[in-house]
Design a protein around this ligand. Structure first.
Ligand code: SAH
Ligand code: SF4
Length: 373
């Protein structure tokens, strides 16, 4: 049986383990602190614990459910892309992004996590969509991406993590239970407030409504990308099951139940969804929902005939959105190409894909060795 990941155990469950190992209950707090300390990479590093407890915990629990097998930097080191290998050899991408303080905002360290290995939705502009779904991530695998990224940020003199966005591989609301489990751990144990956790969805309307009732009030980002059903069904196939009118009902319910402003994501694709008409429809929808809009020029995807519009078209599109709260995200950001299956795809070209879908062993030794026994 796979050892249990320590990061998703609550205080009661962890205390039961500590006591079962013959240790006093008060050690539980020390163990929990060690799990969330970015300088601690294994139970052996938790020097405040007695050696016997470190060894016993390592035999009983998994310190991390993943290993970092590749690390690469972009934006002069402000963006760090990680490829994480899971227990069964499947890989997911995680991205850590550092933003310095500005006149209007504080310093941020954002981690972009994957919620699934691949994705079943199949949006044609998305690299992950071309992979299909291999499997869901567990809550521990999601939480451990945040911990791994926190450790990497720390070794670069960056962090601590202030924000987590579910904008890596996968559709989070198609892996509802594990994603909600991870959100609860991140608010409870990592101390990240719900408003700093963003779940991005292609628009699984019933799951949005269910999330509204969880009492979590995380930020919800809806990947809209088109304002008419005909175009949206082409770009985001979830729209065939939950067309825009249905999605709006769910979005309103979410906003009402949580008091959170919704974000509408718009991946701008040249000649596809960059017309004045589309921009005006987006503006009307944003007004109606009182939503914030994020415009992201499409990242290059190998084999796709699509590309971002030229800068004059981008400017014209933005001009149509006057009066809307809008942010323009360049190639950096949560949806930078590494967050959408491209890092993994590059590696798949360099490494062999095994019959079970996992990648051949990394060329370099892994940087973290958790204790699955
Ligand atoms: N499945 C979820 C979350 C993961 S994708 C969703 O679709 O919302 C995170 C974001 O990246 C989405 O807004 C998605 O539309 C966007 N995205 C995917 N491929 C992209 C690309 N090639 N260029 C720009 N954004 C992209
Ligand atoms: Fe899946 Fe999101 Fe990519 Fe669409 S954009 S294929 S929903 S990960």
């Amino acid at each position: 049986m796979e050892p249990v990941g320590v990061s998703t155990l609550d205080a009661v469950a962890l205390r039961a383990v500590v006591e079962a190992l013959g240790m006093p209950a008060w050690r539980t707090k020390q163990v929990r602190e060690a799990v969330w300390r970015p300088t601690v990479r294994s139970f052996d590093d938790a020097l405040q614990l007695p050696v016997a407890l470190r060894t016993a915990l390592g035999q009983r629990l998994c310190f991390s459910t993943l290993d970092i097998v590749e690390e690469s930097e972009a934006d002069s080191g402000a963006t760090i892309k990680l490829l994480c290998s899971l227990g069964d050899g499947q890989t997911v991408e995680t991205v850590a992004m550092e933003s310095p303080a500005t006149d209007t905002s504080r310093r941020r360290s954002t981690v972009c996590v994957s919620s699934q290995v691949g994705c079943a939705i199949g949006c044609p502009f998305c690299m992950t969509g071309q992979m299909g779904l291999r499997r869901n991530c567990t809550a521990a695998e999601i939480v451990d991406q945040v911990r791994a990224a926190a450790t990497v940020l720390c070794t670069h003199g960056l962090g601590p993590v202030t924000h987590v966005v579910f904008m890596g591989m996968g559709e989070p609301l198609a892996n509802y239970t594990e994603v909600v489990g991870a959100l609860r751990v991140l608010t409870r144990d990592a101390g990240i407030s719900a408003r700093r956790l963003t779940v991005s969805t292609s628009g699984v309307a019933p799951a949005i409504e269910r999330l509204a009732g969880e009492g979590l009030a995380v930020t919800l980002a809806i990947s809209l990308h088109a304002a008419t059903n005909e175009l949206r069904s082409r770009l985001v196939p979830t729209n065939k099951a939950y067309p825009i009118e249905r999605l709006l009902v769910a979005a309103r319910r979410y906003a009402e139940a949580t008091g959170r402003r919704i974000s509408l994501e718009w991946c701008l694709i040249g000649g596809i969804n960059d017309s004045d008409d589309e921009a005006r429809s987006l503006r009307d929808l944003a007004h109606e929902l009182r939503a914030h809009v994020n415009i992201i020029p499409m990242n290059h995807v190998d084999g796709s005939p699509w590309a971002p519009p030229d800068s004059a078209t981008v400017q014209r599109f933005m001009d149509q959105l006057r009066g809307v709260r809008v942010t323009f995200r360049g190639s950096r950001g949560a949806t930078s190409n590494a967050a959408c299956g491209q890092l993994r795809a590059t590696l798949e070209r360099r490494r062999t894909v095994q019959p079970d879908g996992s990648l051949s062993p990394p060329a370099r030794p892994s940087r973290r060795t958790p204790a699955p026994v």
